[in-house]
Design a binder for this molecule. Structure first.
Ligand SMILES: [Zn+2]
Length: 330
C-alpha cells in the first residue's frame, strides 16, 4: 500500500521524541515515540496556512489517549454547554479524517474559536480537529493514514466483512486512496474515534471533508436541506464509512460537510453561515423547544465558491484544487 514504509519512516524521523508508548491496541505493538503536544502543534501550524502554531497551542487541545500509526497524539477538546438546559445534548465534531483535505482541519479550528467565545450555545461538544495527523503531515499530504488505509472505510459497519474489500477491488479498481484496511478497526486512528463515540455517547456527529461542496447526511432523521452554501446531496454510503457505521448502523445523525476546496478556506462569511445554520438545525432537531435566539432569519444567501481573493490558500499552490474531482467523495 501507499504510502510506503519509507514514507512512514521519514515521517517518524521528523517527529521529535516525547514519551515512548506502545500503541496498546495494536497487535504488532512496538515502542513508538509519542510526539509532544507542543511539537504536534508546531507541525500542524507549519502545514496549515490558516492555523498558527500559537493558535493551536492556545486552543486548549489535549492528548486524547490515542495516537496515530507514527506516534502523533490524537487531540481533542471538550466544550461545555453555556446555556442552562440540562442535560445538554452532545455533538462530536471531527476534522481531517482524510489528511489531504486541509481546509477540513482549518475550518474546525475556526469553529473551535467560536465555541471558545460563545456565550449561548446549548451543546456539549467534543472536537477532534485533526484525526489523521500522519496523512496531513506526510509530504505531500495523503488521504490515507501512514499505513495506506482510508480511515473512512475502516469503521466497523455491519457490512464491512461482507463488502468492504469486495467493494474496494470491484468498484474502485483497488484505488490505493480508498483501501479499507485488512480488517475493520485495523487502524489506531479509527479505533480511537470509535472509542470516542463509545465514551462520549454523542447525540450527533459532524464530520468535515472536502472538496465536493455539498452537505451529506446519514441517519434516520430527515436531513437538513442546506448549511450556508452547502446544499444537501446525499452521496450514499460505503462499507466502513463513518456515515454507514454511526448513521445507518447506530442510528445517529451524521452530518458530513464537504467543503468545496481542499486547499482553500471558505471565506469568513461562508464558514460563519455554515456554522450558524448547523447550530440552528441541531438545536431544532436535538432539543425541544428550540430557543428563540437561535431561530435565525432564513434569508437565502447566495454565496459563491471562494475562488477569489477572499479564499485563503492553505498551502502555496493550492494544487489540490487543480485536480479533477474524484468519483467517490467523503
Ligand atoms: Zn474526505
Amino acid at each position: 500500500m501507499l504510502p510506503t514504509e519509507a514514507l512512514r519512516s521519514r515521517l517518524i524521523a521528523r517527529l521529535s521524541a516525547g514519551l515512548f508508548v506502545a500503541l496498546c491496541a495494536d497487535t504488532t505493538a512496538q515502542a513508538i515515540p509519542l510526539t509532544s503536544l507542543e511539537r504536534t502543534c508546531e507541525l500542524i501550524g507549519e502545514r496549515l496556512g490558516s492555523v498558527g502554531v500559537r493558535q493551536c497551542l492556545d486552543s486548549g487541545l489535549q492528548i486524547g489517549g490515542g495516537a496515530s500509526v507514527s506516534g502523533l497524539p490524537l487531540l481533542y477538546r471538550d466544550y461545555a454547554a453555556t446555556s442552562q438546559r440540562e442535560p445538554p445534548k452532545r455533538v462530536l465534531m471531527i476534522g481531517g479524517i482524510h489528511g489531504d483535505e486541509l481546509s477540513s482541519i482549518s475550518v474546525v479550528f475556526k469553529w473551535m474559536d467560536r465555541l471558545e467565545h460563545s456565550r449561548f450555545q446549548p451543546f456539549h461538544w467534543r472536537v477532534a480537529p485533526c484525526t489523521n495527523p500522519d496523512g496531513l503531515l506526510l509530504q505531500p499530504s495523503t488521504r490515507v493514514n501512514a499505513r495506506g488505509v482510508d480511515l473512512n472505510r475502516n469503521f466497523p459497519s455491519a457490512d464491512w466483512e461482507r463488502a468492504a474489500l469486495t467493494y474496494w477491488t470491484r468498484r474502485t479498481g483497488s484505488d490505493p486512496r480508498r483501501y479499507p484496511g485488512p480488517s475493520a478497526l485495523s487502524e489506531p486512528e479509527t479505533r480511537w474515534l470509535v472509542d470516542q463515540i463509545e465514551a462520549f455517547q454523542p447525540d450527533a456527529i459532524v464530520s468535515v471533508h472536502a472538496p465536493y461542496g455539498v452537505l451529506d447526511f446519514d441517519g434516520p432523521q430527515e436531513p437538513p436541506e442546506r448549511f450556508g452554501y452547502l446544499h444537501l446531496h446525499q452521496l450514499g454510503t460505503y462499507p466502513g464509512s463513518l456515515g454507514n457505521y454511526a448513521g445507518v448502523n447506530r442510528g445517529l445523525p451524521v452530518i458530513t460537510l464537504e467543503l468545496p476546496h481542499a486547499g482553500i478556506m471558505p471565506t469568513a462569511q461562508q464558514w460563519q453561515r455554515i456554522w450558524a445554520d448547523m447550530l440552528t438545525w441541531l438545536d431544532e432537531r436535538l432539543t425541544d423547544p428550540a430557543p428563540i435566539y437561535l431561530r435565525l432569519d432564513a434569508d437565502p444567501w447566495n454565496g459563491s465558491p471562494p475562488d477569489d481573493a477572499d479564499g485563503r490558500a492553505d498551502f502555496g499552490a493550492s494544487a489540490l484544487n487543480l485536480l479533477p474531482r474524484q468519483a467517490a467523495p467523503q
